[in-house]
Design a protein around this ligand. Structure first.
Ligand SMILES: C[S@@+](CC[C@H](N)C(=O)[O-])C[C@H]1O[C@@H](n2cnc3c(N)ncnc32)[C@H](O)[C@@H]1O
Length: 406
C-alpha cells in the first residue's frame, strides 16, 4: 500500500502542477492514516511560504516541482508537526526522492539539513507586512490589500485565522423533524455545529442533513424568498444556497439553479433528486447573458452568489492563496459586474436581488455594489450584511440585498 507521505506527496504535486483543488482530490479517498494525510496536505498548503523559506534562500538554481514538494513536506513535518523524529523525516524524504526524483537525492539531503537548523518565523507586529506574509504564508500583496481595506490589526488576525481548521456546520431538510441537537449544538433556528464529520452519517447521505458554512447559511436563509416566487440562482452550483432557499419556503417556489458549468450542475441534480425536492430546476447559463436567455423583468428574486477570489474560504481551499493574482481579482470584478448588470434586466420591478461572495476585499464586495448602484439608479441597497468570522467561526462572506424600485 502507498504510504501516507507518498499519498500526500501525489496530492500536493497534482495541486501545484495542475492547480487542482485538494479538497476535491481528497474527497472519497481512503487510507488507514487519512488524518495524517489530511494534516500534511492542508498543513503544507497553508504554510507553503514559510516552509519554503526554510530552504529557499539556499537554492541557487531552479528545482523541479517534485523536489520542491518533497522539501515542503519535510519542512512542514519538522516545524509544524509534533513528535516526528528528524531521522524519520529524512528517511521518508529519501524514499520519495528515490521513487520520484532520484536525480535530486544529494540536494534534498543538503536542503533538509538547512530545514532542520532553521527557525520558525513570527512577525514582529501587525505592521511587519513581510513578517506576516512569511508567518502566515500569504503573498505580501494580499496582506497589503487587507491592511488597506480593513486595517492592520484585522489583516494580521484574519491571515492567522485563515490557517486554522474550519468548524463543521450544517442544516436540516425541512421534512427532517429531528431536533438540530441530534446532529450537534444548535446555534440558531436552522444551523447546528457538529464536533465530528457527518459525511458517513446516513441522514447526510440521504440529503436529510446538509453541511455548509454558517455564513453561507446566513446568505441562503436570509434571501427574501417567499413561497410561490420565481427565483433565479444565477451562479448556483453545486446548489448549496438553492437548497437553503428551498428549505426556507418548504419547497414551494420555482428556483432555477443556473450555472456556467454543466459538470457542477450535475452535482445539483444529484442533490435535488436525493433530497426529493420539486422546487429546484437546473439550467446551464452564462449569467452575463441572462437577459438573452430569460424574459426581461420575469423573476421575483435573483441570487448572484458570484464567482469570486475565494479569500474567505482559505481554511478549506488554502491553495487559492498560492495561485491568485491581483489581475485575477480585476478580471473577476468585471465578470461580477457583467453578471449583476444582466441579472438586473430580468428582475421584476419590486423584486429582490441578493449579491454575495465568499471573499474579503472591497473591490469584489462593497465597491462592486456601490458601482452597481451608481449605474443602476432603479435599485436601492436594503442592507449590506457584516460577517464576523472571529465571532462565529464562519467563512469570510459578504452579502448585499438590493431592491429594484423602478
Ligand atoms: C461561489 S460558487 C456558487 C456556489 C453556490 N451558490 C452554492 O451555494 O453552492 C460560484 C459559481 O459560479 C459559477 N460561474 C462562474 N462564472 C459564471 C458565469 N459567467 N455564469 C454563471 N455561473 C458562473 C461557477 O461555476 C461556480 O459554480
Amino acid at each position: 500500500m502507498i504510504s501516507s507521505r507518498e499519498l500526500a506527496y501525489t496530492i500536493l504535486l497534482n495541486a501545484i502542477k495542475h492547480r487542482s483543488y485538494i479538497n476535491l482530490q481528497l474527497k472519497g479517498l481512503s487510507h488507514p492514516d487519512m488524518a495524517f494525510v489530511n494534516a500534511l496536505v492542508y498543513g503544507v498548503m497553508q504554510n507553503y511560504r514559510q516552509c519554503r523559506h526554510f530552504y529557499g534562500p539556499f537554492i541557487t538554481k531552479k528545482v523541479s516541482i517534485e523536489v520542491d514538494v518533497i522539501l515542503l513536506l519535510s519542512a512542514y513535518q519538522n516545524h509544524f508537526m509534533r513528535d516526528i523524529p528528524q531521522y524519520a523525516i529524512k528517511s521518508e524524504a529519501m524514499k520519495l526522492c528515490e521513487k520520484y526524483a532520484s536525480y535530486g537525492k544529494g540536494f534534498v539531503n543538503a536542503m533538509i539539513e538547512k530545514i532542520f537548523s532553521a527557525q520558525r518565523i513570527q512577525a514582529k507586529d501587525e505592521f511587519d507586512t513581510e513578517g506576516i506574509s512569511l508567518e502566515t504564508s500569504f503573498e505580501p500583496w494580499i496582506i497589503k490589500m487587507w491592511q488597506a481595506h480593513y486595517g492592520h490589526h484585522f489583516a494580521y488576525d484574519y491571515a492567522k485565522f485563515s490557517n486554522t481548521p474550519s468548524p463543521i456546520f450544517g442544516f436540516l431538510h425541512y421534512q427532517n423533524k429531528n431536533d438540530l441537537s441530534r446532529y450537534g449544538t444548535k446555534l440558531n433556528d436552522y444551523t447546528f455545529l457538529s464536533d465530528k464529520s457527518l459525511i458517513n452519517h446516513d441522514d447526510f447521505k440521504a440529503k436529510q442533513v446538509f453541511i455548509a458554512d454558517i455564513h453561507a447559511q446566513v446568505v441562503g436563509f436570509n434571501t427574501p424568498i417567499q413561497p410561490h416566487e420565481r427565483v433565479l440562482d444565477a451562479c448556483g452550483a453545486p446548489g448549496g444556497k438553492s437548497m437553503m432557499m428551498a428549505m426556507k419556503i418548504k419547497d414551494d417556489a420555482e428556483i432555477i439553479c443556473a450555472d456556467i458549468s454543466s459538470h457542477r450542475l450535475e452535482l445539483v441534480k444529484q442533490s435535488v433528486s436525493k433530497a426529493r425536492l420539486k422546487s429546484i430546476q437546473t439550467y446551464e447559463l452564462d449569467a452575463r447573458m441572462a437577459h438573452t436567455q430569460f424574459e426581461l423583468s420575469s423573476f421575483d428574486g435573483i441570487l448572484v452568489d458570484a464567482p469570486c477570489s475565494g479569500l474567505g474560504v482559505l481554511r478549506r481551499k488554502p491553495e487559492i492563496k498560492m495561485f491568485i493574482t491581483p489581475e485575477d481579482i480585476d478580471k473577476l470584478v468585471n465578470i461580477q459586474a457583467e453578471i449583476l448588470d444582466s441579472c438586473a434586466k430580468v428582475l421584476k420591478v419590486g423584486g429582490w436581488m441578493v449579491y454575495s461572495t465568499c471573499t474579503l476585499n472591497k473591490k469584489e464586495n462593497e465597491n462592486q455594489i456601490n458601482a452597481f448602484l451608481k449605474t443602476h439608479p432603479g435599485f436601492i441597497c436594503e442592507h449590506m450584511m457584516p460577517f464576523d468570522s472571529f465571532k462565529t467561526g464562519g467563512d469570510g462572506f459578504f452579502m448585499a440585498t438590493l431592491r429594484k424600485i423602478q
